[in-house]
Design a protein around this ligand. Sequence first.
Ligand code: ZN
Length: 193
Amino acid sequence: MITEEKILQIFIQSGALLNGHFLLTSGRHSNQYFQCAKVLQYPDLTYQVCLPLVEYFKEFDFDCVVSPAMGGIIVGYEIARQLSKKSIFTERENNLMTLRRGFSLSEDEKVLICEDVVTTGGSVFEVIDVVKNFGAKIVGVAALVDRSNGKVDFGYPFKSSLKLDAISFTADQCPLCKENKLPLIKPGSRKIE
Ligand code: ZN
């Protein structure tokens, strides 16, 4: 069985988890920046980081994985592949989460919802509504990384491969600014590439 330590290593090695001094889109500062897509670009690593989710949900009775685009698609697909299930995804149309592309669910289908990263859980709650509107049954929620700091409750069994608390500060309270050793980096800018 793959350990949480090994999973953390994979995220660091692939550049998905960076340590430093970062300006987040919220305007807050953090000592960590997480970009899940960096690990999902490697299928062999994606296989490994999905193992705890596959292990946990393999005893559950379900037919179909549903994931929110974009982030959840690869995670959902990989879990479905390992467990020989169907995999579909939701996406926003006029800002409303929905199934497109001829995807559908029937009332007797049992669904596992999959996501890459859960912070507030917003996208997952939207997928829950989509699945319920089809009358299908939800058996659980799987996420590669739980960044909710233990605050999210979907009302279904929830399993993550890694719990990674999100810690951030307002600019005037940032300890890294006070230390003045590490330059503040805006993720996505060239400095970080
Ligand atoms: Zn700072």
